[in-house]
Design a protein around this ligand. Structure first.
Ligand code: PMP
Length: 364
């Protein structure tokens, strides 16, 4: 038996007092549409290839993994195209860790990071953990970027790091390339465009990767968690100038990417067409679910991601609970009165529609 102090009795950093660990509920219910996962598991053939790669990695497990993950970064560069090479790519355990590296290198005490609210709820946590001051500027009422306000705020607040998610979580709305270009031109420090959901954007949507040649302090972040159906593999990455990547290498822990992660991510990349094959279907499902939600009279910002924000409810918690009672788990996130649902399989989406149809009449 060890001593068993309460958290209050431990000398926790003052700013962490009363904080809860981040994370949506992981509940074992029939329909889980709460964390923007890809609902399609890997095929049996892909599972075999992943297992074989883990077996090979196991044979060298007495050694530390390749610290710079160069082979994986080469594969990621080839996957992204745009003339990028391994030196332009950084990878870590999810884009959450990539972003922590960015704030570790470019934020810190006496420095600040700015985003456009509402946005991804982990951003303030990266800032807190790296002692970076956290600043937000509101989006417009339709959740699009207010570029004029953004430019004025950047000039006034001089943030060291600007974080822009496009498509944005939890609103699903995307910025235009011209808007992003204007932000890049005005950002006084580094700017990260978080494209975690880029693959779900409507066809023809340009990627911010196109802006990399013009802006040396820009990084474009991606993840294999969503479109790649690889959330459990934990692999996020970004593309930037080699010097930007060198800055991140200073703050990473040595051997941060395990041999298993590197090997498995390379297998997933080698199977990119298969891993990404359901994206088109998910996009179609997203569009029809969005149309259906609008048809019920709810407000639904246009989504370019694999989730949809909808509202507004006077008591969103009640709607969340009543969906959960019917076996459908969604997310209580975003501004007051709104809820977010991830796009699932056609069957899961139908279950969500059925459950919501039952409870909508008295949920306004
Ligand atoms: N950015 C955004 C906008 C997200 O929504 C998420 C996941 N919810 C992430 C980054 C992090 O993804 P991961 O760590 O799984 O790569």
């Amino acid at each position: 038996m060890t001593a068993n102090p309460s958290l209050e009795e431990l000398p926790l950093r003052p700013e962490l007092k009363g904080e809860e660990p981040y994370g949506a509920p992981q509940l074992d219910v029939p329909v889980r549409l709460n964390v923007n996962e890809n609902p399609y598991p890997p095929s049996p053939a892909l599972i075999d290839d992943i297992a074989a790669a883990i077996r090979d990695a196991a044979a060298g497990m007495n050694r530390y993994p390749e610290r710079d993950a160069l082979a994986l970064r080469r594969d990621l560069a080839a996957f992204l195209g745009h003339g990028l090479t391994a030196e332009n790519i950084w990878a870590a355990n999810g884009s959450n860790e990539v972003m922590t590296h960015v704030l570790g290198a470019f934020g810190g005490p006496g420095r600040s990071a700015l985003t456009f609210a509402p946005s991804y709820s982990m951003y303030p946590e990266y800032a807190r953990n790296t002692h970076t001051e956290w600043l937000t500027v509101p989006r417009k009422a339709d959740f699009s970027l207010d570029v004029d306000l953004a430019l004025r705020s950047m000039a006034e607040l001089r943030p060291d790091v600007v974080l822009v998610a496009s498509p944005n979580n939890p609103t699903g709305t995307k910025a235009t390339l011209d808007q992003l270009r204007a932000l890049c031109a005005a950002a006084p420090g580094v700017i990260v465009i978080d494209e975690a959901y880029a693959e779900f954007a409507r066809p023809g949507t340009p990627s911010a990767l196109e802006l990399l040649p013009a802006f040396p302090r820009l990084a474009v972040s991606r993840t294999m968690s969503k479109a790649f159906a690889f959330a459990g593999g934990r692999l996020g990455y970004l593309a930037a100038a080699p010097a930007f990547v060198d800055a991140l290498r200073i703050v990473r822990l040595p051997y941060h990417l395990s041999a298993v992660t590197q090997a498995v991510a390379r297998v997933a990349l080698a199977h990119a067409p298969e891993m990404l094959k359901q994206v088109d279907a998910l996009r179609d499902e997203r569009d029809s679910l969005q149309d259906w939600l609008s048809g019920t009279g709810l407000r639904v910002p246009p989504s370019d991601a694999n989730f949809i924000l909808f509202g507004r409810f006077t008591d969103r918690h009640r709607v969340f609970e009543r969906l959960l009672d019917r076996g459908v788990l969604i997310r209580e996130t975003g501004p007051a009165g709104w809820l977010r649902v991830s796009v699932g399989t056609p069957e899961e989406n139908a279950a969500f529609r059925d459950a919501l149809t039952e409870i909508l009449p008295d949920s306004e």
